[in-house]
Structures are given as structure tokens and as C-alpha cells.
Design a protein around this ligand. Sequence first.
Ligand code: SF4
Ligand code: SF4
Length: 928
Amino acid sequence: MSDKKQKIWKSVDGNTAAAHVAYAFSDVAAIYPITPSSPMGEVVDAWAASGRKNIFGQRVRVAEMQSEGGAAGAVHGSLSAGAFTSTFTASQGLLLMIPNMYKIAGELMPAVFHVSARAVAGQALSIFGDHQDVMAARATGFAMLASGSVQEVMDLALVAHLATIRASVPFVHFFDGFRTSHEIQKVEMIDYDDIPSLVDWEGIRRHRERALNPEKPHLRGTAQNPDIYFQVNEAANPFYLAVPRIVEEEMERVSALTGRSYHLFDYVGVPDAERVIVMMGSGAEAAEEAVHYLNTHGERVGLIKVRLFRPFSVGHFLASLPDTVKRIAVLDRTKENGSFGEPLYLDVSAAFQDRHREVLVVGGRYGLGSKDFTPTMAKAVFDNLAQEHPKNHFTVGIEDDVTHTSLPLGEPIDATPEGLVQCKFWGLGGDGTVGANKDAIKIIGDNTDMYVQGYFAYDSKKSGGVTVSHLRFGKNPIQSTYLINRADYIACHHPSYVDKYDLLEGIKEGGTFVLNAPWTLEEMEEKLPNSLKRTIAEKHLHFYTIDAVSIAEEIGLGSRINMIMQTVFFKLSGVIPVDDAIRYLKEAIEKTYGKKGRDVVEMNWRAVDEAIDKIVEVDYPESWASLPPDVPEEKDEPEFVKNVMRPMLAMKGDALPVSAFTPGGIFPTGTTKYEKRGVAINVPEWIPENCIQCNQCAMVCPHAAIRPVLATEEEVKHAPEGFEVRKATGKGAEDLFFRIQVYPEDCVGCGNCADICPAKEKALIMRPLATQKERQIPLQRYVETLPTRTGGFDRFTVKGSQFQKPLLEFSGACAGCGETPYMKLVTQLFGDRMIIANATGCSSIWGGSAPSIPFTVNDEGHGPAWANSLFEDNAEYGFGMVLATTQRREKLAQLVQEALKRNDLPQELRDALSGWLAHRNDAEKSKE
Ligand code: SF4
Ligand code: SF4
């Protein structure tokens, strides 16, 4: 930027950066939300509603359509009528746009689709980032421009919009889902005032002139016969041939504006490198760190960052390579089963073939579904290139012990820049940790001259799952596009994590560890695992605790501990003088909660003051350093749970080898019962004498964590201590005993059961988890050994239905979820013979997130068989299941009829077969 002009720096995420530029250039935006692109459409919509003007002096006209296919159709129509039009999408959403993308490109229309690139649902749905979607769209005729960081998103979005106006070729501008779309970085904003002077206004006029217009009508979208179709397609060639030059020129102009230089292919590394990696997207940032690290350690390596992937300019590519290069590894963040190689690898290989240049080219895959890509992995790729016979078609970042594609990783390298401070925060989905860290990184970014980066890793629980916030800040630009593996500061916001996760993995010597827990040092001796205590002492950590939950409850903030923990971070990290930090925090509170009323603002302000006063440093004994290893509890669990689920739950799933999984993405059901998350703060306690045995509590529980039990006298007699019961009421159950059993570690503490309880004096009272756990767990385990007893109650009543075993239990749905109780009820009524076609959405996440599957089986081993196809085809998918089941049942009936014609059939079998044939459409009788 010109020296005279004040630079505008802001801490924003990649989606906001793309939307900022797209808004400027759009008359119209036709949108449809899909993770992780949704925030782009949302902010554009919000800006339009707030009256923000584009470069044409108008508010953008935003239309949310019924699907991505509809959005692409609307984009096509809007372009045809002369408006500059944008859209935002990802994954299958982009695939649904493909038919219209061919049309838009075929008709040579200027447009930009901003894509937060994401995996495409195949053997599983993944909402995370890779390039499968954009690669599936690479044949549409769209030009494709890749950005690898939030700043690049801002800058190259500008290049894409400027270039499409000149080139009359539409662009996909893509960046990695989550890693870039959701990463917060401090970036220099493009000022809308600077844009008009860059725009090709003649191109704008040309597009408007080409619009459908009855005053000078033309026709497009004809049907053509074999005589001309081929030639008209080839007529577009000059437009595509011009794209690389146009993009190059626009990059130069954007570089002149911003001071950041971009080329179609950017080379980094030593000028005489022999080994070079070629890749695009955010992984190139991590690879660049590795290149600098390796070159400062005596190696001669380089990296080509591909910016313009389509059209692929062979000339520009080869010109960007040092002449000394002998070996190249091309890294693709995609997988094309059955292909000879992935797309970028094929292009690069063909480029050398085209120019008869002899360079060894190998290709590999990395980072599918947001698998972390680190400098250590980039080094492994360079090490492979140094082998006598480098492995081709390799993978990096996993252990493939089946087809042996993976590269071995050497010792981890630390390629982060000097002086970088790295902080990790373990939170619980919905506890405000992520929101607080987003605020924190913005406070640091906006109030200091430091560069900042915030990345937020979630599991797929809808709420109540683990979140890990990764915050970095320092004096140098941050290219570390991977999770923090060497932390200066780690905070654990939930005490139940201490023995579930390796919280302190990678913490630096003398680092800081903050634990939110109500425990004294004596209690910590018992509650903290030896491994944690040992790391604290061995690494001489500064260890602090705060009882944030009690403080929050006392102030009236319930379980919202975010403000307290954020204040603690500012106090202990020293990144900003603490008084300034408190002022910024209080200003942020005013801004965030101002609309909710004065009392909410003041409660949060109090949280800040209390946190400063109540954080305490733990004076732990040095003897912790010599504690013996923890002895793992022996559990009788299925192999899958032991070998796959447990490592995944402990966040060690990255280390699982390929052989651990069933090809095709098949997973066992009934696994949530092994999870025992223990995330509730309060759980219900049953007061037997108040209970009227209505079972409404069980009916409304979203997690099947409270259940009515009918036990015999004998069973009551042999029960563990504390097994309180009441004489069962209701005809047919007179000899039985009734009990409400709470599953304290599966309860999420929503309180629905206690709220609904209609007893005159409530028969359920919410109590702290710690007061219930030890007492209830043995009782719950005993209940699990008892047979399901229905007491003869009609299963089609509220009371009777709840004596049926729920075949949906302990899902990762949000606390208080409104749909899971109904789904659970359906499984209680029909679950033993259900096949479920589950549309993509909330229910496919709580219902089918590997490895924790809430659909389970009854005492006979029968239960729902579940599958998910897509977001848009579920009715058809389910219909297909009906067709197949009907056809197969008819074949069975045919076979039974043929069998019954035989004379040698034993009478018992004959009766069974005739009975089934007669009642085959009656669910109950056909089972007999
Ligand atoms: S508090 Fe919520 S999750 Fe826990 S048992 Fe009651 S209804 Fe179920
Ligand atoms: S809702 Fe209350 S009264 Fe009814 S069964 Fe549950 S605890 Fe008993």
C-alpha cells in the first residue's frame, strides 16, 4: 500500500476475507449454506442488511436458494441478465453446482465462486478440508485460483474478481476448509476505496452489454448438431489462452497495491535447489516453514506454490523452477481412486513431458479431511526425494500398513519462527471457550503490533464435545498452518479431561498449565493421573488452578466460565499489560453483551475481577517427577472399542494405522455406552418417595441417561447397596419393584427430566455430578445386567414405551436436544426391525459420528441398521431401501411357498413357514 495511506489491519478469518472482496464486486449473491463456507454467505447477507455498499454504490442483492443447485442456477440467470454475481460453497455443494458451472463457463461469463475446499462424502461424510471438491469441478471450464492463508484469501480474491472481469472466464477461488476458512489471522484489509482504480470498467460495460435484453435480443443455450458443436467449443480457446497473462497482470497490480508479491507459481527456497515440492493451499505454508528450516540446516530444497491451477500454464510453471532441480514431489490434497495419479501430479508430469525436460517427478497424497500437515511431514517428503529410488504414489501423515504407501516420519522438527508464543485451550463444546479465544486473539491482534493466529479444532459432537483452541502470536508473520505441538501455555477448562486426554503433550519446559477445577492440592494428589503430575514436575511447569465453575455459578453466569478463563489467560500470559487487557476485555463485554442488558454486562465484568483475585499457583511437590506410570484399568470391551475407539476418544486417532479400519467405512453400532463422557455439571438424583412412576423423565431425556427399571424381589435382594426401589404400580407389575436409574456419566445435565417431573414434590433434583457418580455407577452397572422387563405395560403408552430398551442412547446431541427423545421413542417402538435412511444434518452427526454410535441393540442383538447418503437425496435413498426390502421379502415368500410344496418338510418347520407366510406383514406375529 502507498506509504501515505494508513494500512487497515484486522483479525479476521478466511471466510470473512473472501466475503469482504466478493461483496465489493457483486451486484447479486445467490447463496446456500454448507459447512465450512456458510459464514461467507452469512456475512454478505448481514453486510447487505446493514446497508454496506459495493463498488457500484449499491447494496448487494442476496438471495438464499433452496439448494446449491438452485444457487448456481440463480447465479447463471443473474449473470445472463448482466449482473456481477458471486456464490460461496464447498464439498457436495460445489458438486451440485457443476451442471451450471459448465453452462456459465461455456457461455464465457465473468463470475467468482469462493470455495472453502472440503472433503466430498464418500465412505463417510467429512466436514473438514481437502481439495476433493474443487478437483471434481476442475473440468467445468472455470479458472481456479488457490490461496493458502487468510491474507492470500483477501489478496487473491481480489485478483480473481479483477481477472474474471477482463477474461470473461469464471473463477473458482478456493482455500482450505477450516484450516484457512476458519483460521483467524491479523491481515491487511483491502480498502474498497482502492478497488475502483484497479477495475477494468470496459470489462464491466462489456458484461452488461452482453446481457439478455429485449431491446437488442440475442439467444444463447442453443441445441447444436454434430456439424458445429465441436467448432463452437473450440471458439473459446483464445479466452482460456489469455487467462494466465491476465491473472499475472492482475497479480502484479495487486502486488503493487499491497506490497505482497504473487505469481502464477511462486517459488521459495534456495536458488540452486535440487529437490522441490509442488503443492497448493494451506499446506504450502507449513512446507515453506520446513524449506526455511532445512535450508538453514544445510540442505538445498525449494517449494513451488501453485496459485493458478486452471488453466495450467506449463510455461509459467517451468519458468518458476530453478534450473538445478532434479527431483520433484507433487503433493495433492485429494484422492482419485483408480486414477494413475492425482490431478496436480499428472499436470506436473505432463508439463515435463511436454517440454522434453528430464526431471524425476513423484506424487503423493496428504491432509485428506483436514489431517494435519506439518513441517515434519514436508521433511519426510524431501527425505523420500533424497532416496536412490524415491517412493511414488505415496501418502504422508498416516501409517498405511495395508498397501504400504506411507512415508516414514523422522524426528519432529520445530520450524516455527523465533519468538512465537503458542497457547492451547481445552474446552467443552458450548462452554464459551472457543468464543472467548476468538475474542482474545482479536484483542491481541487489534491492540498490539503482533501477528496472531487462532485455530479451533472441534470433534463432531453437536455440543458437549471437546474443543481445542490453538492460539499463536509473535513479531513475525505466522505460517504454521498446523496444530500446536510445542505449547508455552496450556489451559484445561474441564476437570474431567485430566484422565481422558494427554493434556500436556508437547508443553515446553517451564511452560504454564492452568486447570479449572475445584480441587485442593490434597484432592489433586488423588484426582490427577500420575502422568500429568509427572509432566508438571519434570518440566518445571508453572501450575495454576481456579474454580471457575463455582465463581461463575456464584456470579449468576451458570456454567459459562469463558470470561473467567480468558482473564486468567491475559493475567498469566503477560502478552498485554494486565490492566490494559482488563480494559479491553471489559470493552469487549460491553460490545458483546450490551444488548442483553446492564446486569449481564456487569456479571461478566465481575467475572473478570474475580478471576484476577482467585487464580492460585499450586505449590506442587517435586516428588511428582518420580511417580510411577499409571496402571490402566482392565476393561472387558470389544476389540473395536479397545483398539480403535479408545485411541480415538483419547485424541490419538491420528496414530491408528490403515489396517485398523474396515474398508468402505463400516462401523459397529452400540458404542456410545463405552464412552462415559461425564460432562454434566449437575445430574438428577431420584427421590423414590416422591415418584409417581409416570416415566415422563425417561421419555424426555435426549440421551437415554435416565431409565425406569422393573426388578424382581430376588434381584432387589442381590443388588448393591443403595439400590432404592418402590413397589411397582400398575396392573401386571404388582410383584415387581420400580426404580429410576440415572446414568451419571452419560447424562449431560440438561435438566429436562427434573423439569418435566410432574410429582407434587419433585422426584428428581439436580445435584453436582461428584455427589452422584460413586454411588450411582455400581447401581447402573447392576441394572445393565438385568433383563429388559416391560411389566406387561402397553408399549404404545408413555409409561409402557419407557420400559422398552431405548435403541438410541448417549448420543453426542446437544444438551436438551428436542429431536433425540422422539427418535429414541421410535427405536423403543420399532427399533428392532428398523433400517434408517438418515438425511445429512444434525441427526446424521449425533447419529453417525465415528466411533461413537448411539444406535444400539436389544437383548437379542437386534437394532436399527443406519446409513446416510446425502443432504439432498434422503427420500430417494430411503425409497431405494424400501424397493430392495420389498423385492427381497417377495423372493423369500416365493422360496417359502416353494418349500411348502415339498412333501418331506418336517411338520414343525411347515407350521413355522406357513405361519410366517400368513402373517408376514404383521410385525409382531411374523416374529413368533
Ligand atoms: S439431565 Fe438431561 S441428560 Fe441428564 S438424565 Fe436428565 S434429561 Fe437426561
Ligand atoms: S418423572 Fe418424576 S415422577 Fe415420573 S417417573 Fe420420573 S421421577 Fe418419577
